[in-house]
Structures are given as C-alpha cells and as structure tokens.
Ligand binder design. Structure first.
Ligand code: ADP
Ligand code: MG
Length: 876
C-alpha cells in the first residue's frame, strides 16, 4: 500500500515524531523525498526557497501544506538549515517500502544542530564549532562550559564579575554556534536572551536541559574546581544535552582536570569586536582584515583553530608566555629547516575531526584511509623538530606530536593501499588481514573462474564459438546464443530472455554457479561490514589520543607560524614582565600594515605606572587616533599570545584586562540611545578596571551637550588616573581636556601631527608630544567631497565663532525666543513648511526614540527644510 493513499495515518506518524522531537524541524522521508507538513512546510519553503504544495484533500476536504527536498540532496539542504540556526531531526524509512505491511516504519536516524554537527560539508571550514552551556545562579554569578564535539575540546570559564557582563565575557572568546542557557526563574530571562542574541547573532539559543545526576556522569569525569557550583551545573546540563544529541561522542568529550590553567587576559565581547581580533567589525565584509588574518601563517586546520583560540584567550602569566616565546625562538633559529617542518605540517588533514567522525560513525572508508595517511605523515613532523634546544614546550610537543604507533600499525595492517569510494563495493581490507574475509573472496574468485570454465566447456560441447556467459541486473547470469546458432542449442537449456540478435538461456549448472556467486559475494560483503564495524570500535579506543595529538600538532603549527613571521617580517620579540610599563618603539598596526605596506607610519608608545599612566590624544579626524589606539591593543594581545610584534622594540608589562570603548557605529539597533550605550560601557569599565588593566577610550561624552560631555570625560579620566590607576589612552575632540589634565601628575598629552601645505593639509599620522587645538574639520569635510559653497559658509562661521562673535542667525534667534507679533510683521509670509517642522519637533521626544527613529525623523525634517531652499541667507 502506498503512503500517498493513507493520508491520515502518515500524518499521524509524522505528528508522533514531531511530539518526540519538540523544537526540531522534522524532515520525514516519503519515497524519494524528505517532506515536512503544515507550518513546518511553510517554514521550509520560505527558508530553502523550495516549492510549497499541498497534500490531496482528506476526508474533510482539508489540504495540508507540504514541502520537501529530494533525499539525494538532503546534505546540502541540511547544511543550509543548520547555518540558519535550525535543529533538524531526519526521520528515515527503516524498512523497505516494498516489503512493508501498512505504513512504512520510520525512525529518527540523525539529529543535526549548529553546535553538534560533524559533517565537513555542513561545518563549512576549519573554525571551531562550539556548543556552550551558560548558567547563572541565584547569586548573579555565572559559568560557561563550551564543547567542540568535532575536536573533543571542552573548556570551562567562570565569570569574573557577577551579572550579564561577566557571563558574556566568559562566552565571547568561544563564539558558540549554539547556546544552552539557564537563569533562575524571574532573574531577567528576557535580558539575557536579548544580550545573547545581540552578541552572538548567528547562534542558536535554547533553554538548557536539566543537569544530569551524579550517577549519570561518565566514568572519571573530571570535577569542576571545588567552590564553583555553577561550573559543575553547566557541565552537567551540557552532558544532558549531549546524551541525546551526540550519544556516541559523550565518552570522548572531557574537560581537562581544572585548576592548572595559566591566567588569561580578559577580553570582553566589545573589545574582541572593536579590535577585530578574529572577525571584522563590518558584517557586510566578512573577509575583511583581522588580527587573525594578518598573523596567520599556519598550515593546518588544527593550527588555524588553535591560533584563533589563542588570540581570543591571550595569556596573562609571564612564565607561560615565556615558554611559548622560547619555543618560537628555537624554531626561528632553525633557518631553512623551519620551512621543511612547515611544509610537512601543511600536508596534514584535519586529524581531529576525522577521528570524531569515526567515533560518531559518520565517516567513509576513503576518509579512514586518508586519516591513516595523515597519521603516517604526522610521524614525520616530530622528526623535523629541532634538536633539544632548552625549550621545555618544544620537548613536550616532540613527545605528544607522535601518532600512536599501535594505531598506525592497526590501520596499516587492515586497509589496502587504495580504498574504494563506496563501502558496498569492497574490498575494504588488505588480503591476509582476516582469513574469513579472504575465504569468502577466494570462493568468489573460484565461482568467477568456474563461470569462465563453464563458458569454455559449453562452447566446445555445442560447437557454438560465440556462446557467451553474461550478466544483467534483472535476469542474472545467462548463456547467450546469437540467432544463426539457435539450432544447435541443447535441449536442457531453458529460455530466459529474447534480445534483438540473440536468445538468452540458463542451465542447471549456471543456476548453481549463480547461487554460489551470490553466496560468496554476500558472504564477503557481510564479513567485511562486520569487520569494518569491529575495526572502527577498535579505533574508538584511540580517538582521545588522536584528539590530543591534533591539539599538539595545532600548537606546533601555531608556534611554527609565529617563528616564520619572526624570520620573515620586521617584528621583535617583546619583553613581557610584571613591570606595568608599556613601551613600544616604532610599532605598527598588524592588519593595516598588511594593506598599506611601507606607507604605514610607525609610532611609539610610552606608558608607565608612575609618570605616564594616562595619555590624552588629540588630532583632527582622519589623523590616525583610532588606528593608534587599536594598534596598542593589538600589540599587547600579540605579545601575550607569545608572538613577536611589529615594532623595533617592545616591553609589555603584563595586562590582565583590556577594555576598549570605540565610537558607536555598531550600536545602532540596540534600542538604547547611543549616549546611554556609551555611558553603560564607561560604567562597566570603571567598575572592573584596575592597575593591571589597559583602557582604550575612543571619545567619551560625545553623545550629549558639550559641557555635559566634557564634564563626564574629565571625571572619567580622573577616576582612571587616581582610583583604578589603569594605563589609559583617550582620544578626544575636547581640547579643554588637554588643559584640565595638567592637574593629573601622571597624565600626558600627545597628538597626531598634520602638515599644512598650500593645497590644504596632509595627515602625517605621526604621534608627537603635546596637544593640538586644531580640528581641521572643514579640511576633512573638503576631502570628503562636501560642496564648496557649504565649506565656504562653514569656514566663515568658524572664523566668527573663534573670534568670539555672536553667530546665531538673527531670524533663528528671534524665533527661538518665541517672540510674537513683531516677528510676524518682520516675516509676513506664512510659512507652512517651517510650522510643520516646528510642530514635528515639538511632538518629538528624543529620549524615547531609538537611534533609527531619530535618524529617520532627522532625515524627513531635513527634506522639508530643503524644500524651502528659496530662503535668503540668514547671516547678516
Ligand atoms: P582618526 O581616528 O583620527 O579619525 P583613523 O585612525 O580612523 O583616524 O585613521 C584614518 C585613516 O588614516 C586610516 O584609515 C588609515 O588609512 C590612515 N592611517 C591611520 N594611521 C596611519 C598610520 N600610522 N600610517 C598610515 N596611515 C594611517
Ligand atoms: Mg577615530
């Protein structure tokens, strides 16, 4: 019975599966398609742009919407759904539709979600794919556990400060693709969700399942550090989720035993974004330059992942940094031998993910074969390491980058040189590996030989030289005799099929051989299948070792990349110590330098805890203030990762927290006014900063009136100078600040120099001591292409303002005072446009507008104002 006729039972079966998999998009196999019904069909049709149809009307005449994708292309569609953040349950037919009595049995055979997918095609690149569980307790404190199921890495992070910011900062370096969240009832669920959505726009969010009990923890699961109940809870909730999403992998996913990790430099989500560490800030240009792209010289997927994780989690432990530096130094001194090591690394496939796909049984024989080759190659990597050089780290890596010999032996013994693309075809195993498989293969070969022999015997016996034995899918083996020879066909032949030029027969002996052939082929196939599963379970034992091996190779790859940069670029090994100083000579911005090359102007940095904690930076727009500040942050990050930095000399007194506040271009759409956002950020920084912090402030107090803003900027600086005593750089247009800071003994002024030439100004991008009070705003506006008449007008006004003259246009001033009748006489024409503008303004409450609304209102006001362009010049 076909499913199409049984409309209602099929939909009932579908509804049953949906009920078992709440929150999943269920793709339901019907014939050659994976279908969805009802609302899910509409969703699928919208998201994948596939046709929405409807099933035949049921008894009541209702037509259920239906949309589906062809089963052979389901991987592609799965990939697209997962990228869009859906969790998909694939419900397949688990019995042959032709043999089924009634409805075909169907079961969910696969669940795919953004944070648990293993398939290379869906993962879409070597980057980490983290699934996170974020937990906040009733005390407001939080913890996160992040697992990359594809590599077996499991990280824990406890929030340093209570509240949302602590939690977001703990999560940010991992950029999870899927986040399970948990807050105590009534503790700001909506706020948390809003913040998660904003910080991790691509991530799938889902309430975390309950924690597993003690008894359900996998054997020897390392406990979280004592005194961190939220961390343990995050682990256990994550385990609960993994048990249903990736049950096969649970045994391979383990955090490192806690308590021994070196201290990290805290980078909050805004800093990660502003400094463009691994992702460009402009979402429209996802391949824009980042710190990662500027310093990446890795050759493997493992290395690329490790580098991204290092850059977002720099160290704050001088001895750990020194250890990395010594390894880089030892590799750097290798000279040309370093290239050999790097090219050996470049040949390695993604060993970790392949191992995981084996453990998850989502692999193919060809991949296992490539994995074997990769493991064999990995043995060559350790051989190319420099001789013992005193680098502890390198010595440890020499040990841990060796592939487990028994595993390589096992694979070598089992797999043939070339493995067929499809497991069905075989042979999957090397001859001699398993006698039972060989026996089946022998029988198969004997049957083939017997067929050839039969053909020869029959040709001789019948005298038909052209008699042939052939095979086709429908009739099996046959003896073929062409028409002219039909008379000589022996009587015991039975006719099977007639074709154009010949008749096809069978005989008792041929039937017998056919049966033998089938038995042998089937036997070989099932023996291989059984053996294949046995091989994979034997490999399972080695998966954790290969995960560790991959981590070691990834680290080696990063260090070798750092060493390569150290060999080939104008970089210097920074001194990282506890001094609290920050001295950089001729530093360069790593990403900008990559695009500007020699045109990039290097600059110095000079901060120290006693004399020069705080630097106020002035200079016109476009002079390089923001670049300079970002550059400082980036060089500190690089130095504390163990990398060489683009400078002639660098000394970095350890930074434990790096804060940035920059512009507000990316804040539109947050539903708060930009000034509110700015003040929130300043408040966060002031609350958390200390004397080990580096604070980079690109403008403070710009979103409000001049005096307000200046006052706030001043008070902020004073607090950073006197109370937190953080190293601070502030860029500002408030020239008054440069004078006010004379009261702060450890504050200095600097500006970015500009040269005035006959044709206008030239930005030198060079930092010089002291302040500047020239903004050159009009010059910059000219560079930007603002029309000459506007510039001339602005120039005139500027000069009057600077001379202290009264600038307000008389008519505007009269109106602003709201004078009545005389004004009406002076301006006799009734002016509906300006009345409208006024009444719109009066109705508008700036405090209740979102930034977009404010922009929209402003634009429409301006349009109306321009309609009145016939107005005379208001200036006297
Ligand atoms: P500001 O913040 O002062 O407005 P930016 O830092 O945004 O200026 O710099 C504006 C542009 O000037 C940059 O996009 C870059 O092209 C150029 N620039 C900045 N610093 C340098 C430098 N040190 N050397 C060369 N070009 C620079
Ligand atoms: Mg700027």
């Amino acid at each position: 019975m076909s499913d199409a006729a049984a409309s209602t039972p099929l939909l009932e079966q579908y509804a049953g599966v949906k009920a078992q998999y709440p929150g999943h998009l269920v793709l339901f196999r019907v014939g050659d398609f994976f279908e969805t019904f009802g609302d899910d069909a509409k969703l699928l049709s919208r998201e994948l742009d596939v046709v929405l149809t409807a099933r035949a009307p049921d008894r009541d005449g209702a037509r259920t919407p239906m949309a589906g994708v062809p089963h052979h292309a389901v991987e592609t569609y799965l990939g697209r759904l997962v990228k869009k953040g859906y969790k998909v349950a694939l419900c397949d037919q688990v019995e042959d539709a032709r043999l089924a009595k009634g409805l075909v049995r169907r079961e969910v055979t696969r669940v795919v979600s953004p944070g648990t997918v293993l398939e290379e095609g869906i993962l879409g690149g070597p980057e980490h794919s983290f699934l996170a569980c974020a937990v906040t307790g009733t005390d407001g404190r939080g913890a996160v556990s992040c697992v990359d199921v594809t590599t077996g890495e499991w990280y824990r992070a406890t929030a340093d400060v209570p509240g949302l910011d602590g939690l977001l900062t703990a999560l940010a370096p991992f950029r999870p693709r899927e986040i399970l969240w948990s807050v105590p009832a009534g503790a700001g669920e909506a706020t948390l969700l809003g913040a998660l959505r904003r910080e991790f726009p691509g991530a799938r969010l889902e309430p975390a399942p309950p924690a597993v009990d003690d008894g359900e923890l996998p054997a020897d699961f390392p406990p979280a550090e004592p005194g961190r109940p939220h961390q343990a809870e995050a682990d256990r909730r994550l385990l609960h989720y993994l048990r249903t999403a990736q049950p096969r992998l649970v045994p391979f996913l383990r955090p490192e035993a806690g308590g021994h990790e070196p201290r990290r430099l805290t980078l909050d989500p805004k800093t990660l974004r502003h400094l463009e560490i691994v992702r460009p800030m402009n979402p429209d240009d996802p391949s824009g330059p980042t710190l990662l792209s500027a310093v990446d010289a890795t050759g493997t997927a493992m290395g690329r992942r490790t580098l991204a994780l290092w850059l977002t989690n720099p160290l704050a432990d001088p001895s750990a940094i020194l250890e990395r530096q010594e390894a880089v130094e030892a590799l750097r001194l290798q000279g040309a031998a370093l290239d050999e090591l790097r090219s050996e690394l470049r040949g390695l496939p993604d060993l970790a993910r392949m191992a995981t796909r084996i453990a998850g049984r989502r692999t193919r024989p060809t991949e296992v074969s490539a994995w074997r080759e990769g493991l064999e190659r990995a043995a060559g990597v350790a051989e190319r390491l420099p001789p013992p050089s005193g680098s502890l780290r390198l010595e440890r890596l020499r040990e841990s980058s060796r592939p487990p010999e028994p595993l390589v032996e096992l694979l070598r013994a089992a797999l043939p040189e070339a493995v067929p693309a499809s497991a069905e075809e075989g042979p999957l195993f090397r001859t001699g590996y398993r006698p039972e498989i060989d026996a089946w293969r022998d029988r198969e070969r004997a049957a083939i030989a017997a067929l050839a022999e039969l053909e020869r015997v029959e040709q001789e016996r019948t005298g038909i030289k052209t008699l042939k034995i052939g095979y086709n899918q429908v009739f099996g083996y046959y003896l073929e005799v062409t028409r002219p020879h039909l008379a000589r066909v022996p009587p015991e032949y039975r006719r099977r099929q007639t074709v154009a030029q010949a008749e096809r027969f069978t005989s008792e002996r041929l039937d017998e051989l056919e049966r033998e052939m089938r038995v042998a082929t089937e036997g070989a196939r099932s023996a291989e299948a059984e053996q294949w599963e046995r091989l994979l379970s034997e490999i399972d034992r080695w998966v954790p070792s290969v995960h560790r091996l991959s981590a070691a190779l990834g680290e080696l790859d990063v260090l070798a990349g750092f060493a390569h940069v150290a060999q080939t670029r104008a970089v210097v090994r920074p001194i990282v110590d506890e001094s609290g100083e920050l001295q950089i000579r001729e530093g360069r911005h790593p990403a900008l330098e990559a695009s500007l090359g020699a045109r990039f102007v290097p600059n110095d940095v000079e901060l120290d805890p006693k004399e020069r904690r705080l630097l106020v930076l002035t200079g016109p727009n476009m002079s390089g203030k923001s670049t300079y500040m970002r550059q400082i942050g980036l060089l500190v990050v690089l130095a504390q990762c163990g990398a060489w930095v683009p400078a002639r000399y660098a000394r970095v007194g350890l930074v434990t927290q790096l804060f940035t506040r920059m512009g507000f271009t990316d804040e539109i759409g947050r539903g708060k006014s930009s000034f509110m956002v700015e003040m929130t950020e300043v408040a966060e920084i002031l609350a958390a900063a200390d004397d080990r912090s580096l604070v980079l402030l690109d403008e403070v107090g710009r979103g409000t009136s001049t005096f307000d803003g200046l006052a706030i900027a001043w008070a902020t600086l004073r607090h950073l100078h006197d109370v937190t005593r953080s190293r601070t750089v502030l860029a500002t247009h408030y020239h008054q600040l440069t004078e006010l800071i004379a009261a702060l003994p450890a504050a200095r002024n600097a500006h970015l120099a500009v040269a005035e030439t006959a044709d206008g100004i030239v930005f030198l991008h060079r930092l010089v001591p002291g302040s500047t009070d020239r903004s050159y705003g009009v010059h910059v506006a000219r560079l930007a292409g603002v029309p000459e008449d506007v510039l001339a007008e602005a120039d005139r006004l500027l000069r009057r303002l600077e001379a202290g003259g009264v600038p307000l246009p008389s008519r505007g001033r009269a109106r602003s005072r709201g004078t009545g009748y005389t004004q009406a006489v002076l301006v006799p024409t009734s002016d509906p446009a300006s009345d409208e503008i006024r009444s719109t303004l009066a109705r508008t409450d700036p405090d209740r507008l979102t930034p977009e609304e404010a922009l929209r209102t402003l634009r429409s006001l301006r349009e109306r104002a321009l309609d009145r362009s016939s107005d005379p010049d208001p200036s006297p």
